[in-house]
Write a protein that binds this ligand. Structure first.
Ligand SMILES: [Zn+2]
Length: 550
């Protein structure tokens, strides 16, 4: 698909990482991207192109390192965008899909070790309620809430992610970007950022201004149809190799095709152009294994091509996804409620969860709606009802919901403060010991709320040792330190959270603030001070390198 999909104006609040879809699965037709006409030849354009011999995995002149640097500079801006959403619960779910896909791609040889190590392979969630997903340079992949909310099972969601992953692994983005050899890296980054929402008072807005000049231009930057076909073909292998049902691809395509028959209200952006959808659907159907119990759905299904037949023989095709199916209903409900702000919609969800026939997804949405409407008792009741209905493997997600309800209960509502604290304590320790990111972070908040910041800090310290790029964990740790009066450690944790989001300038400022603390505070923790000094030197070097890049 294309680098940039939608026009920059938009009609409603909707969110927007307007779309960067360097590789939005959902837009499978080549879409042209205009870029600046008459741009002066970029003096430093060669920086994007590797000077020496191409390394393993380098494609047509663009090195893996250059692609990663470009991706990092774009990611740095996205982290600051209000539509960037670090939702730990959805994050845990997406990782449960993403990691098997990545492992399958590695096992198949689609992602050679050098690409594995040097690209980010990081998932980001956008609050955007429109249906889309996209890949950025450097191995950053974005998933919209709208996509998660509209999928019916994990395999459908996984099919989109597998397609995007394959655009990255097949170096499609590198090839597109390398083709633009007249563009400096900063121009390329600005162009991609121009598709982000231009909001007043944000750095993204100023980047978007630069980009909008670029959009006035002529140069084409397309994924070719061959690239789309390749992302489908490789993605199908990755999907089934990871143990997901290959039907996920077909189900997703059918969903999109159905939506295309309705008028395009902008909620399915890829509908702006998708002439390949029938062909793609037929191709994916041809790849599915023939199952005796299943009626054939078309001539292609009856007569798979030799290529498809070979693919079927060489890949393990499992019928059950590695993700507990029931979890998807809860997570799709969560994505829908997270994308919604209107009180009318919240009341409607609350209503539909009241009936005796309410399914798990409806109960989840109703509990969430009750929480947002400040009806804590009702939210707790609904969550308890839900907990009794779900299979044990899914209870963690309901525990996370219970913690969220208790942590956000407005003061003065029922349950009483003491009852609330009691319930938080009951959930807290199990959450902290779970090993799940979402529960660790919620458990840490609970520990803090119940007056035990030390307990929160202990667990978070171990967590960030294992996951040093977890910005939210560092932020939560900073609050736990602050609550204990450990200002030096709190400031360093804030600095680390900025490093994790590639904000090196902000981190350097925080490290310097730590060094400038009164002598007594610095002297109280000489070990931490030594860490601050050495981290400042390291991050300052990263800052210089990233400035030189741009
Ligand atoms: Zn694509």
């Amino acid at each position: 698909m294309n680098l940039l999909v939608w026009p920059v104006h938009r009609s409603r609040r909707a969110a927007s990482w307007r779309v960067i879809a360097l590789a939005g699965v959902l837009s499978w037709a080549p879409v042209s991207l205009s870029m600046a006409q008459n741009l002066p030849p970029a003096a430093d354009g060669a920086a994007l192109v590797s000077g020496g011999l191409p390394g393993l995995g380098d494609v047509q002149g663009m090195s893996i390192a250059a692609e990663r640097r470009l991706g990092d500079s774009i990611a740095r801006s996205i982290y600051r965008d209000p539509d960037y959403l670090d939702d730990p619960v959805l994050g845990d779910y997406l990782q449960a899909i993403w990691q098997p896909l990545l492992a399958a791609a590695q096992a198949r040889g689609d992602v050679p070790p050098e690409l594995s190590e040097r690209l980010a392979w990081e998932l980001m969630i956008s609050r955007d309620r429109r249906v889309n997903a996209f890949a950025l340079p450097g191995g950053y992949l974005g998933v919209h809430l709208g996509l998660i909310g509209v999928t019916e099972n994990a395999a459908e969601l996984a099919s989109v992610m597998a397609h995007e992953l394959s655009h990255v692994s097949q170096r499609h983005i590198a090839r597109l970007v390398a083709r633009q050899d007249r563009l400096a890296p900063w121009m390329m980054g600005a162009m991609i950022l121009s598709m982000l929402a231009a909001r007043a008072n944000t750095e993204v807005a100023s980047a978007a201004m630069v980009g909008s000049q670029a959009v006035a231009a002529q140069t084409q930057l397309n994924f070719s149809r061959d690239m789309e076909r390749e992302a489908d073909r490789v993605g199908f292998g990755v999907l089934t190799g990871a143990g997901f049902d290959g039907e996920g691809f077909v189900g997703m395509f059918e969903k999109l095709q159905q939506a295309s028959r309705l008028s395009d209200d902008g909620s399915f952006p890829y509908l702006r152009s998708h002439p390949l959808s029938s062909e793609r659907m037929a191709d994916m159907r041809a790849r599915l294994p023939l199952e005796p119990a299943r009626p054939a759905v078309g001539p292609l299904r009856d007569a798979p091509t030799p290529v498809a037949a070979g693919l079927m023989l060489s890949l393990p095709v499992a019928n059950s996804a590695p993700v507990v199916p029931e979890l998807h209903a809860l997570m799709a409900a969560r994505a829908r409620v997270l994308a919604e702000n209107g009180p009318d919609r919240l009341r409607a969800w609350l209503q539909s969860g009241q009936g005796p026939q309410a399914g798990t997804g409806e109960l989840y949405a109703a509990a969430w709606a009750a929480m947002r409407l400040g009806q804590t008792d009702r939210a707790l009741d609904l969550a308890q009802r839900l907990r009794l209905q779900v299979v044990p493997a899914v209870r963690w997600a309901v525990d996370a919901l219970l913690l969220e309800v208790l942590l956000t209960a407005p003061p003065g509502t029922t349950p009483s403060a003491s009852e609330r604290a009691e319930r938080l304590v009951a959930l807290r320790d199990q959450a902290l010991a779970s090993g799940r990111r979402s529960l660790t972070l919620l458990g840490a908040q609970a520990a803090q709320t119940t007056g035990e910041p030390q307990r929160a800090a202990t667990h978070l310290q171990s967590w960030v040792v294992q996951h040093p790029r977890d910005a939210l964990a560092w932020q939560t740790l900073a609050r736990a330190y602050q609550a204990q009066g450990q200002t030096l450690r709190a400031i360093r944790a804030e600095a680390e959270s900025r490093v994790a989001h590639l904000d090196y300038a902000g981190a350097v400022e925080r490290f310097k603030a730590a060094q400038a603390l009164p002598a007594a505070q610095r002297a109280a923790d000489p070990m931490e001070l030594a860490i601050v000094d050495s981290r400042l030197r390291e991050v300052d070097a990263l800052l210089r390198a990233s400035v030189a890049d741009e």
